[in-house]
Write a protein that binds this ligand. Structure first.
Ligand code: GLN
Length: 489
């Protein structure tokens, strides 16, 4: 069952070949076995998961099952889940038990899915390697000496190691697509506003977006059918009709125009990754697509712009963690100000502090125009690059990340090298567009272990269902997405 697609799992549940309780137990068993090494989950609560599975089995018996009823899904620990510890990878929320469900969690619950546990992540989703988590680094199932990517690295490692059939993630600058690429998964960051941010702990609100991580594009479509939709509790949630994200899965590719941005194939891209991505694009040509060369001229500005805007928003969002309302409070202090200072000094890790300081600086009276306002203007130019590109093509393709999974510790002392992980993903968040990564092949690591490579597909606003069809067509012709790491059989 561990390699089955969501559709196959639903069919097995419907045919009573397996119950939701048995399925949940199977995955909990694998978590027991492999999580001590992988560290993909922060919180597992077998009692809670199995109670939900029991309820799902009753629903199935009554003939009320939907496509995900009874299927265990792992939740990134950035999503509040009622009665579950919800840490966001931080000591600050190390003891926080959420009194309510995030919209996304509530939607899975309504669909009858089982919450399998809360996955590890970079602290407050700040990172590209999962090494900033207060709960320790996560390992890449393809090579335990390497990072899974971040910040949704726990979700990625969990699905890649078959410790969950699928998981949720969030993507502010690449945190779904980059770990999906590094772990050999399919991951989708939807158009900004498609998935509600209610109950999703805020990092940079104008960029944060929830999305699914799974083995295949088809699985992503089924997850999107649950996750997407209007929610009045998020003021940026888009009021649109419900759509079926699986409706274009079988659309032929003939006539599809793929834009290849010259800036995505330039210096800084690993040679092996470039080859794999080119082969994937050749496969698309064989399937009937055409390619056109395009340019996204402001690509090189996306990282500097992001590292002004995201920290600015983070410094404001994280001001709520003051030791008064929830989470950690310094045990000893003499006055109120001292309590705030000590609480935040103890509760936040180094990367989070760095961002709060940068954010506070760029928002301060003397620097606001020079940094924050300037970055906002360039953000608009970056969005215009894409608008221009989509006059020439239907989708854009390129690498999701500049390299394969790197060694644990390799980039921890060099924040800029770490920030460059998102060079191909960040502009998509700045423009609010949907982006996806799908497994496209492997590059051998220097110790011989195969390391996955992701192909990024960027679409125009609200083209998720078409993008999923484009991913699905590739996955019908190739089997990269079915490969499983050798170390976790
Ligand atoms: N790596 C980027 C950062 O550290 C993006 C993180 C994300 O998408 N949550 O900000």
């Amino acid at each position: 069952m561990i390699n089955a697609s969501l559709k196959e799992l639903a069919a097995a549940l419907a045919a009573r070949k397996v119950s939701s309780v048995e399925l949940t137990q199977e995955f909990l068993g694998r978590i027991d076995r492999f999580n001590p090494d992988l560290n993909a989950y922060i919180t597992v609560d077998a009692g809670k998961s199995l109670a939900q599975a029991q309820t799902a089995d009753e629903k199935i018996a009554r003939g009320e099952a939907g496509p995900l009823t009874g299927i265990p899904i792992a939740q990134k620990d950035i999503f509040c889940a009622k009665g579950w510890r919800t840490t966001c990878g931080s000591k600050m929320l190390g003891n926080f038990v959420s009194p309510y469900d995030a919209h996304i969690v509530e939607q899975f619950d309504k669909a009858g899915a089982v919450n399998l546990g809360k996955t590890n992540m970079d602290e407050f989703a700040m990172g590209s390697s999962n090494e900033t988590s207060y709960f320790g680094q996560v390992k890449n199932p393809w090579d335990f000496d390497r990072v899974p990517g971040g910040s949704s690295g726990g979700s990625a490692a969990a699905v890649a190691a078959r410790l969950a059939p699928a998981a949720t993630g969030t993507d502010t600058g690449g945190s779904i697509r980059q770990p999906a690429s590094l772990c050999g998964l399919s991951g989708l960051k939807p158009t900004y506003g498609v998935c509600s941010r209610f109950g999703m702990i805020a990092f940079a609100s104008s960029l944060d977006q929830a999305g699914p991580m799974a083995k295949s594009a088809e699985d992503l479509a089924l997850m999107m059918n649950v996750m997407a939709g209007f929610d009045s509790r998020d003021s940026t949630s888009l009021e649109r009709d419900k759509e079926d994200y699986a409706r274009d899965l079988d659309q032929p590719l003939a006539g599809l125009k793929i834009g290849l941005p010259r800036e995505y194939f330039a210096d800084g891209l690993d040679v092996g990754v470039a080859q794999v991505v080119q082969q994937a694009i050749d496969q698309y040509r064989k399937l009937g697509a055409q390619t056109v060369d395009i340019s996204l001229p402001n690509t090189r500005l996306s990282i500097p712009v992001y590292y002004v805007l995201a920290p600015a928003e983070a410094s404001s969002n994280l001001s709520r963690f003051d030791g008064v309302r929830y989470g950690h409070r310094a045990p000893e202090y003499t006055d109120l100000l001292g309590m705030y200072c000590k609480t935040r000094a103890q509760g936040f890790g180094a990367e989070v502090k760095r961002r709060i300081m940068i954010g506070t600086y760029v928002l301060s009276a003397g620097y606001y125009d020079a940094y924050y306002l300037k970055a906002q203007k360039i953000r608009r130019l970056i969005a215009q690059d894409f608008a221009q590109a989509f006059r020439q093509c239907d989708v854009i393709m390129g690498p999701a990340a500049p390299g394969t999974a790197f060694k644990l510790g390799e980039k921890t002392d060099d924040p800029v090298a770490m920030y460059l992980q998102d060079i191909y993903t960040i502009a998509v968040n700045l423009a609010g567009l949907p982006g996806m990564s799908i497994p496209a092949g492997f590059v051998p690591g220097n110790d011989g272990k195969p390391l996955p490579v992701g192909l990024q597909i960027i679409g125009n606003y609200f083209s998720e269902s078409r993008m999923l069809g484009i991913g699905h067509a590739y996955q019908q012709a190739t089997d990269w997405h079915t490969r499983m790491p050798a170390g976790i059989m």
